[in-house]
Design a protein around this ligand. Sequence first.
Ligand code: APR
Length: 167
Amino acid sequence: MSNITYLKGNILKLKNYPHILIHSCNCDGSWGGGIAYQMSIRYPRSEKDYIEICEEGGSDLLGSCSLIPSYAEDNLIIACLFTSSLGGSGHGSKESIVKYTKQALDDMYSQLQDPATGKSLGAVAPLMEYKLEMPKINSGIFGVPWEMTEKELLEYKSKMDFTVYEL
Ligand code: APR
């Protein structure tokens, strides 16, 4: 059985279970387009955290993951995968975005296993019990064919299950 489940619909619809919304980010402090823009409207405090993280880390963030509270919903944590230095048309190559996606997912996985991370985020359950959800990351503004990212997600078969929303 695959570790990826596909669902049709808007990933931002409200849920009644603990979940982590995973998305790809630039390191430039901009949630200006795509899913990130929608999140900036719904989760302005999270966007503020994200901007501060970018101001501090810049491109050193590449290949890392920042978990931040959504503040608006108790059962939602946001995972920012830093996969490109810049957003928009200045984004990295497909190959580098996929490489950094894998590194950032590895980083996310180790943070999920650390009980201290959940505590600092005010998690409502152990983070490993949160449902891992994402849109088809990298396949919009970042222009990476979905199959390239999907191939990497499948590598986590014994470690993480993902629910992927497609519009
Ligand atoms: N629900 C489900 N899927 C969505 C939604 C939604 N509400 N909004 C967008 N999508 C889909 C898009 O159709 C696309 O397939 O999410 C996928 C990823 O799109 P982008 O948001 O363009 O993200 P990505 O390609 O990963 O590029 C990341 O764009 O999101 C900004 O700031 C972010 O610089 C970063 C870049």
